[in-house]
Design a protein around this ligand. Sequence first.
Ligand code: ADP
Ligand code: MG
Length: 238
Amino acid sequence: SRRSTSAGKNGLRCYSSDPKNGAYKDFSNLPLSDPTKQGLKSSHFAVMTDIQAKAIPLALKGHDILGAAKTGSGKTLAFLIPVLENLYRLQHIGMDAGLGALIISPTRELAIQIFDVLRTLGRHGHMFAAGLVIGGKSLDSERQALTRMNILVGTPGRILQHMSQTVAFNVDDLKMLVLDEADRILDMGFQKDVDAIIEYLPKERQTLLFSATQSRKLSDLARLSLQDPEYVSVHAED
Ligand code: ADP
Ligand code: MG
């Protein structure tokens, strides 16, 4: 059911709260594919969080994003929805399409969480193949799966290991890179790994970088990975 935002007598929809943020925030107002709409509906997500409302429309238009918002603000959907939608529009789907999106997360636990949200969101009609690369299994068994994936979620060390050792792992057609919890990626000492991964990737791509905090090192990573980004941040006082 639709959130009751004031729709004027003349039928014009009024933006309710903060006009500066254009706060009409139902997911139903986004130009999303039916599979994604179904996925959101079945997860009972109806209204976007602030970071989602700011980042998703820009990311759907293809912009690079530097997004900052505290833990718990909903950053996962802020990048997963654009990943799904942009690959869907490009029809970057199926065994022969190759890797379309790479999502890098600092820890195995966070990578698994992202993967679970992706699975839930994608299970109503999306046809992409997604995989998790976090170690724990043999390189060989990950290797097998890797070559067929359209979307990969993984930790920096393991992804880099495959990039340097798995010959059939082709990233030449990659369309999107996501760096999630980028501040933690750097705090955990993965800067060199991430720099090396970026070296392997096509320059022509969309990059979404999300972080809970901002720092000098983060600006360096942003400079290295993003092109003409949109800065999107949500502060506690917003
Ligand atoms: P972050 O990565 O910013 O720490 P998450 O993406 O993990 O935040 O989301 C935090 C929680 O909020 C999760 O339980 C998620 O299911 C929930 N959530 C995210 N977006 C929405 C939304 N639009 N409506 C309701 N709940 C949401
Ligand atoms: Mg998160």
